[in-house]
Ligand binder design. Sequence first.
Ligand SMILES: [Zn+2]
Length: 352
Amino acid sequence: MKTSPLLLTLSLMAAYYSSPQCLRVLCAPHSALSVLNPFLPIVSASLVVAQPAAPLQPELQVGMQIPEWCRALPRPEYKSLQRVLPDDPWFEVYKVVPGVFAIYEPHQAEEVISYLIVGNKQALLFDTGIGIGDIRKVTSKLTSRPVVVLNSHTHNDHVGGNWEFTFVYGMDTEFTRTNAKGSREDAQAEIAPDQLCGDLPKGFNPKTYATKPWKISRAILDGFKINLGGRTLEVVSTPGHTPDAIALLDRGNGLLFTGDTYYPGPIWLFRPETDLDAYVDSVKRLAALSPELKLVLGAHNIPVAQPDVLPKLVEAIQAVRSGQGAVKPAGEGKATHSLNGFTFLLAAPRKE
Ligand SMILES: [Zn+2]
């Protein structure tokens, strides 16, 4: 049988998706994909126009267009969590513990999780997602109290809905101020076909999709406290993944929101703004908090982890930096380093 060019291209895509490189959270980022598979940009463009992404039921769809990361969903850990607002077309919302909602985006490869933390007087939204769904609509259904925004850091997948809110805290860094101006390139890469799993929301326009600029209402520093009424949140500066990365500590309830400094899945530490020495110092700082914690809540994939993961993370990243662990190439200029259940996506050493 003669193979048509389209079938050949789709088979190449399928071969790629099932390859070991496919692992952002489980799958490699778009930039790496484009380099490895020169057919993809052409297919991507035609698929975006002709074929809306498949619903989150891979087995019901024609197999070739479903990225591997999407096939693995839903993640089993969600079964034990209480789902609320089940009708939202983009977000899945879970009540993790009293007053804390995880707002999860399973239709996009980052599988970002933002958190709404509700006090008696006001609520804080820790990250605003990728900017594809309307997160303000979700928070307004979850609480009638005023909502202020704070970001775990200002990578595009965590600030997409900032513009929708009137009060946004920002870390007092140049990196934060630059990102607050918005951008288009990183946002566009998030909606390549291999990055999507299911339908985009009605009214979403892929052509104009960009991270919209937002206004920083108040610049803050390490140690800043926000009283929500009956619940106080404390900013713990954790530079490393980015210069403005923070964790958010709810000491009274033993909760630590770790952003991208820790989440279950390959931790991205390859970008130019990442500082590995600072990262190690930051995870040590978080590990020191672990005895007083009940739950660790990261910003991708799964919203719950046990506090003892933090000292283990310190050991793992230090061992990896001293050359231990299994190393696999993961797209141009990157490699995954895996050890004791942790995976770090690092920049590959430069060839001399
Ligand atoms: Zn990030």
